[in-house]
Design a protein. Structure first.
Length: 433
């Protein structure tokens, strides 16, 4: 059978399996093995099935994934997210929309020790939504703020999605993490600006907050020392070259555990539950990675990336026009797939296009993750929206999607800024030790 026909049939079968709700990792693995067997024979495919899983789970560079997941589990159980929310609310709370601004900032802080958008959205829904409702916020704005803030989890380091992008493209994960710092800060700033604009255009929907004394503000900062310490230790250690991302992940998980023990919030039972939760999430991610590896061999043997590269480069749009086509493709795909699936499925195909066009691979990684972020909060899938809906079942999906639209616009502005000024992404990575 012709390789092009095998590739087309493989993609059709893949999307059919995902439409039938087959887990994406299993679907990619089955299609990868089946397509590889169709081209090379059964015996090479069986050899591939025997070697690829072992090669993936024993890759030292991927050890950071379970470690950062475990750090996030410990941080949630230790209550660091609630202390962040209380501190940011004390500093922002006085002005109109201050509670919403505090929520966005707390999401950014929790993302710095979590690395997962879903975990950030779920955690902050439990903490911030009751407080915003009590203050008089509409359900649309309250949940929209949390959904948008949750997307920071896959951009601000440590980011599991950025780590996987680095693994797939063979890029320096440390540089990818550091490259996410300035875009993450810009994201927080634009989300805060969106809240401020809403408070000016529609003040009735954005209540004023209560003021805090300087003593209360100072006291609130004492409670977030652990978060600041973890962020500085992880990002500072990676930036200075003292530790690798994998070592930083292990260090972060260990110190978060110690903080929980010292504060008497991690007993034997809670620690066990954190370990089980981290194990479940890690197994899910590694299953996807193994499937992606098998699917990647299928793409290689059918030469799909080379053909897609040739087709896109021949388009008469110029480099930035082709980049816009790619980003629009990601935006549309984000309406039906989750972030992890998009990165793993598309990057092996589109990465050669981007490098052939002369774009920096670190910069493109940040741009792709930002575009994927939009998929987390846009209909019809919007994973963060569904997570919030699963926690706050009395708030409809339509209400949450309505509330998140101003932040989608803010993210599009941020994307345009970073495409126009790549130095904002590359400034820190280029100065790493």
């Amino acid at each position: 059978m012709d390789n092009d026909v095998v590739a087309v049939v493989g993609f059709i079968v893949l999307f059919l399996l995902m439409a039938l709700r087959v887990p994406v990792g299993i679907a990619m693995g089955l299609v990868g093995l089946g397509g590889f067997a169709a081209v090379s024979g059964i015996t090479p495919a069986l050899n591939l099935m025997a070697m690829s899983p072992i090669r993936t789970v024993t890759d030292h560079s991927l050890a950071l994934i379970p470690m950062f997941i475990l750090m996030g589990s410990f941080a949630t159980a230790t209550g660091l997210s609630r202390e962040l929310f209380q501190a940011t609310n004390a500093w922002f709370g006085r002005q109109r929309g201050g509670l919403a601004m505090g929520t966005i900032t707390a999401c950014g802080g929790f993302a710095a020790i979590c690395g997962s958008s879903v975990a950030t959205a779920a955690t902050m829904t439990k903490i911030a939504l009751p407080e915003m409702r009590k203050a008089g916020y509409s359900d649309a704005l309250a949940t929209g703020v949390i959904a948008a803030g949750g997307t920071l989890g896959i951009l601000i380091p440590p980011s599991i999605v950025l780590a996987i992008y680095g693994f797939i493209t063979d890029q320096d994960v440390a540089k990818l993490f550091i490259a996410g710092v300035i875009p993450g800060i810009l994201a927080i700033g634009l989300h805060l600006s969106a809240i401020k604009i809403i408070s000016i255009l529609k003040p009735s929907s954005v209540p004023e907050g209560k003021s805090s004394t300087w003593e209360e503000k100072t006291h609130s900062l004492r409670n977030i020392w652990a978060v600041v310490l973890l962020f500085v230790a992880i990002v500072g250690g990676i930036y200075s070259g003292i530790v690798t991302p994998t070592e930083a992940a292990a260090m972060g998980a260990f110190f978060t555990f110690l903080i929980g023990v010292v504060r008497r919030r991690l007993d034997l039972k809670t620690t066990g539950l954190c370990l089980i939760d981290a194990l479940r999430t890690s197994v899910t991610i590694f299953t996807i990675l193994i499937g992606a590896m098998l699917f990647g061999y299928f793409l290689t043997i059918t030469q799909t990336p080379q053909q897609v590269t040739g087709y896109l480069i021949d388009l008469p749009f110029g480099p930035y026009g082709i980049l816009l086509v790619i980003l629009l493709f990601y935006f549309v795909l984000g309406c039906v797939l989750d972030a992890m699936a998009m990165i793993i499925l598309t990057v092996p195909i589109l990465f050669p296009v981007v490098t052939a066009l002369g774009f920096d691979p670190i910069w493109f990684g940040i741009i792709v993750v930002m575009t994927v972020e939009l998929g987390l909060i846009t209909p019809p899938v919007g994973l963060n929206v569904f997570v919030i809906n699963s926690v706050a079942r009395d708030v409809s999906l339509v209400t949450i999607f309505k509330g998140v639209m101003p932040f989608v616009l803010a993210d599009i502005v941020r994307l345009a800024i970073l495409i126009a000024i790549p130095a904002l992404v590359l400034f820190l990575p280029e100065r790493m030790a």
